[in-house]
Design a protein around this ligand. Structure first.
Ligand code: TR5
Length: 144
């Protein structure tokens, strides 16, 4: 359950709402995230694709038969897509193209979904930009 959903619960008290808001603010502070440890390989992950700029690894809690996260190795302020600046255009394009390479490697290039959750309202939980590459089953629309 993401912080935003907790905040909007009808029964949420002021204390609970304040706590949820604090979690969301702390999360987007630019502090290191778990993905730094995955990039430095201090924490193991199942790497699907890697180049000098991006790392793609399997999501620990897959929402589809194929669920891979594609992240920039250098966050450079991209805690979330909503913080993107003109200087990020190259890496944003690189991430999208890497997602297609991942889909090819995973055998789902004929039909796959790329998702970016940006901010607490979208249920973003790790504040290091990441693209979810999902596939291997019939996807539904609209997403929740
Ligand atoms: O909710 P958003 O869009 O921020 O997506 C974050 C994603 O990171 C979720 O789908 C999580 O399942 C995933 N995640 C979280 C951790 C993790 C991970 N994927 C791989 N390995 C992980 N480790 C080792 N630790 C996590 N906390």
């Amino acid at each position: 359950q993401c912080a935003r959903r907790a905040m909007s619960r009808v029964s949420a008290t002021h204390d609970e709402e304040a706590a949820a808001r604090a979690v969301a603010t702390e999360a987007n502070s630019g502090a290191p995230t778990i993905f730094d440890k995955i990039i430095s390989k201090k924490i193991p992950s199942t790497i699907v694709y890697e180049d000098e700029k991006v790392l793609a690894f399997r999501d620990i809690n897959p929402q589809a038969p194929v669920h891979v996260l594609v992240i920039p190795k250098l966050r450079d302020g991209l805690t979330e897509l909503g913080k993107a600046e003109p200087r990020h255009e190259d890496i944003l394009g690189h991430l999208l193209h890497a997602s297609k390479i991942v889909a090819e490697k995973e055998g789902i290039v004929d039909g796959f979904r790329v998702v970016i959750n940006s901010g607490a309202t979208a249920c973003q939980s790790v504040y290091h930009l990441h693209l979810h590459v999902l596939g291997g089953r019939q996807m539904k629309w609209p997403p929740g």
